[in-house]
Write a protein that binds this ligand. Structure first.
Ligand SMILES: [Zn+2]
Length: 452
């Protein structure tokens, strides 16, 4: 364990430093940039201690008086054989972070932040960031007797709010209600917790994967993975780092140099809709060294990733985790990575935590299906158009003709199809007594000509 006098806050931009026993700095006082924790000297002895949770890797963590753990970390790595075969890959591994106490990797960061708070005798923690971090912090605060407040901004994830309030946390949208130790996505202790994923990958893999793919919201996870491997390299435990692929959702670059960037909102994941990722500049640094790359995927690609993980590996994950699969497919297609490399996906969180996301996906699917139905007539509708191209007919006659052709549908359903065809202008209704007659329009004839 590293004594606090030998742990430093270090600005990744200007190099400003201060030891950890001097309190907390939210950002660099000189240039306002984010801070990371660096260690004057790392030792390999006692690398794998018998302490619970992430504290197993205490020799790479600051020495806090209390080491709170709810059994976070120690998550399994498993081979994704079916998905591997489906995508034609040599080796695919899944680091299954859904097995953490609250079903997400953020528990690792929550353990570190709770330790820092208890060490400094803070009675209260406020999370400025919603989502999984807030849910993890609420859980740890409840278990270790710290008061917790979450400041939420729209769109609100109701499932996370439920977890927080169930754990006795206070939820508000007013930042004036912040109390005690304030946790933002840029908090360096989150990274210190998350980096233990790299230690576990190193400890439990016979050979480090060539590529690791992880989702990017604020970017702290991807940065932490890099930092973990960097520290293992510093003490001589590894000689090469895996290449990291960070996957964002719905981001558009508006300038080649990256100076002006805009991040679109994601329809299906509020967790990944981050307008200004806190760790972006730090990530750019490792991208410029050629040790990582960032790619972005669409909502549709995320939904496909979700389906693949569930259908081929039995893993129901949150949308953020599904971006890793979407990113994998995209990185292969773009030639960023190769099929013969060994690839690991960090599956960050369980889908059981946010069923509303699945409902949103289903709603979108339903809307898409309806839109398709409107824009593209069904087989029965085409059959009706064919009949009308030979002459006008009334509804009952159309139904009889369809019946003799083997279509077992009700008269009511025939009128439904006629109504749809009329709405999109392919047929017209003429009111003649005693029945209404339908005729095909010029657009209807044109449509038939194009599909034949
Ligand atoms: Zn600075």
């Amino acid at each position: 364990m590293v004594e606090l006098e030998k742990c430093l806050y270090r600005c990744v931009n200007c190099g400003w430093e201060k030891t950890l026993n001097t309190g907390f700095y939210a950002h660099c006082p000189k240039c306002k940039h984010i801070l990371v924790i660096s260690y004057e000297e790392l030792e390999t002895k006692n690398l794998k201690s018998t302490l619970p949770g992430i504290w197993r890797y205490s020799s790479f963590l600051p020495e806090f008086r209390v080491k709170p753990s709810l059994g976070e970390g120690g998550t399994p790595v498993r081979r994704g054989k079916k998905l591997e075969k489906k995508l034609g890959l040599a080796k695919l591994f899944l680091k299954d972070e859904t097995k953490n106490p609250t079903g997400a990797f953020t528990d690792r960061g929550a353990a570190l932040i709770t330790a820092f708070s208890l060490h400094n005798s803070f009675q209260s923690i406020t999370s400025i960031t919603g989502g999984n971090i807030a849910a993890s912090l609420a859980t740890y605060c409840a278990a270790f007797g710290v008061e917790f407040t979450a400041i939420f901004r729209a769109p609100v994830d109701l499932e996370k709010l439920y977890m927080i309030t169930a754990c006795g946390g206070y939820v508000t949208s007013d930042p004036k209600n912040s109390r005690g130790f304030i946790v933002k996505p840029s908090n360096p202790f989150l990274v210190e917790g998350y980096k233990t994923i790299s230690f576990e990958i190193h400890e439990y893999s016979k050979r480090l994967p060539d590529v690791i793919i992880a989702p990017v919201g604020h970017g702290s996870l991807t940065y932490a993975l890099w930092k973990g491997f960097e520290e293992l390299g510093e003490v001589g435990l590894i000689t090469r780092k895996p290449f990291l692929v960070g996957v964002e959702v719905g981001k558009t670059r508006t300038a080649e140099d990256g100076a002006t960037e805009e991040k679109k909102c994601s329809f299906i994941s509020s967790e990944l809709s981050v307008p200004q990722p806190a760790w972006r500049n730090a990530l750019k640094e490792i991208v410029s060294k050629g040790e990582a790359c960032l790619i972005n995927v669409s909502d549709e690609e995320v939904v496909e990733g979700l389906r693949l993980l569930a259908a081929f590996e039995g893993l129901l994950v949150e949308t953020a985790s599904a971006t890793a699969v979407s990113g994998l497919i995209k990185a292969l297609n773009n030639g960023i990575i190769r099929k013969n490399q060994s690839i690991m996906l960090v599956v960050t969180g369980s889908g059981l935590k946010n069923p509303r996301t699945f409902i949103r996906i289903l709603e979108k699917r339903f809307i898409d299906t309806c839109e398709n139905e409107l824009n593209r007539p069904s087989r029965i509708s085409i059959e009706i158009l064919n009949m009308l191209s030979e002459g006008s007919l009334h509804g009952y006659k159309i139904w009889k003709k369809l019946y003799t052709k083997g279509y077992n549908i009700t008269l009511q359903a025939v009128y439904y199809h006629l109504k749809r065809l009329e709405e999109i202008g392919l047929i017209r209704r003429i009111v003649t007594r005693p029945r209404k007659t339908y005729v095909i329009t010029r657009d209807g004839l044109e449509f038939l000509k194009n599909i034949l």
